[in-house]
Design a binder for this molecule. Sequence first.
Ligand code: THU
Length: 170
Amino acid sequence: MTHLTKNFARPEKNEEVVTFGSLDPSVQELLTAAFQVRQRAYVPYSGFKVGAAFRAKDGGQIFSGCNVENAAFTPCSCAERTAVTKAVSEGATEFSAGAVLAYEPDVFTTPCGVCRQFIREFANEDIPIYVAQAFDARISEKKDVLQSEDPVLCTSIFNLLPSSFHTYRK
Ligand code: THU
């Protein structure tokens, strides 16, 4: 084995699906923040609302963000990048956990490739990423809060983006 792979981002956590109600209250709080900010998603083009929230490693403050679209399409910001950019702007540059919420009927909405790289920039170790389903924003079956039995995918940034590019600046 060569030393050239020793800093590669290898997953340190297993992926599993658990219920919302079984999660630690601090994780429930993070998912709830993502759920709430999702309602502010600016999505006149896709109608696809996403909410994200990240907990700062120092101090534990939660920073949340929604996706913000644009008529020119290219300048769209995903919810994850809105949240992380808000946090970094406020001085929080390392996170202990993240949460993402959207609604597709048969699949968890995991962060896009660009967002995985964006999150990785501010995660020097493998941090958990919690992914849950919200209600469908295009129909009116609105739930007020996440329910205890709702499924949550517990993954991590190194599961989502193994062997990532990171060390250039160090
Ligand atoms: N989107 C996110 O906010 N996060 C993701 O991880 C995937 C995609 C947004 C971008 C766009 O506003 C809408 O979802 C449809 O792609």
